[in-house]
Design a protein around this ligand. Sequence first.
Ligand SMILES: *Cc1c(COP(=O)(O)O)cnc(C)c1O
Length: 369
Amino acid sequence: MIITQFRTSPDTARPTLRDAVTGLPSYVPGRRSAGTDIAALASNESHYEPLPAAAAAVAAAAGSMNRYPDAAAVELRERLASHLGVTAGEVAVGPGSVGVLQQIITGLCDAGDEVIFAWRSFEAYPILVELAGARPVRIPLDDAEGHDLDAMAAAVTERTKVILLCTPNNPTGVPISHDRVEAFLHAVRSDILVVIDEAYVEYAEAGSGPDSLELYREYPNVCILRTFSKAYGLAGLRVGYAVAAPAIAEGLRRTALPFSVSALAQKAAVASLDAGEEMEARVAVVKQERERMASQLAAQGWKLQPSQGNFLWIRADDELRARLVDAFDGAGILVRAYQDDGVRITVADAASNDRVLRLLEAHASLTIL
Ligand SMILES: *Cc1c(COP(=O)(O)O)cnc(C)c1O
């Protein structure tokens, strides 16, 4: 090789990040617990230990960690396909549904294309969109903390490539009804991919949200996004999936980082699907606790929208938010605070939930007036 360009020394130039990267809002993870009496209610994780079958599958697979995982995740995709009544060709997996969502956005959006989503919603959305060089279009939630689908449909332009619907919505817990999603799909162009992010679908009452698989069969521009991180309790292993038309799903598999879903995660996910009834029994307890908390908080004077997730949402101005965060911090309870918007609290075991109820009772009067 012949070097034809020489540095003039001393050279002060430095490598620079793309503007899209320096301008990124950083993802603020839920704070993590350190002590033993700390209640970790900031990340909507399952408070249960891993399902025994998942833990056993991980232990059995650990002996092969010198090997690469199955890059095509065939066993998991086939198991998901039979679970959902689709074909394995319609399933793509990734490192968490955030990983799959990154595959979706980078797979569909060129620089300057637009991605519409409700706001406030999942914090990863604007980050993934901007990282891809696409433009986030945030549509404010309606007065009932739900998606304003009319405004979202009205925001469509010729640059719109993807629309994200989060149901039940993180952080507000409000679902979008089947009929409203269907009317929306009827209204928007069929070349726009409509992603239905159902990270909390297992916690939703039947009928409160869309039957997304039925909508997918009717509207091939629907993409269903789900995760093993929440109800299945595998947040630490990183595995999620999408169901989409075969050509889209194939594209998502091609945009995936090779081997991004570990063998341990693949095995644990298969075992978790096999242990579906155990998972559902756990979810039923969380739903009961959610309703118990909601009715006690209503009795205390809090006016909350009913949540269909494993979390509760308190809309709060900055003053109330600051007071609540101080109080929760002081009580050793980690919750998620959102500037200008409010506080989200994960529903966990009864004892932790009681601590939350006692604390909020002392602050309930702040919301009256
Ligand atoms: C937690 C969450 C996810 C899932 O994240 P993973 O990457 O699967 O852990 C996706 N969407 C929403 C709205 C979430 O709250």
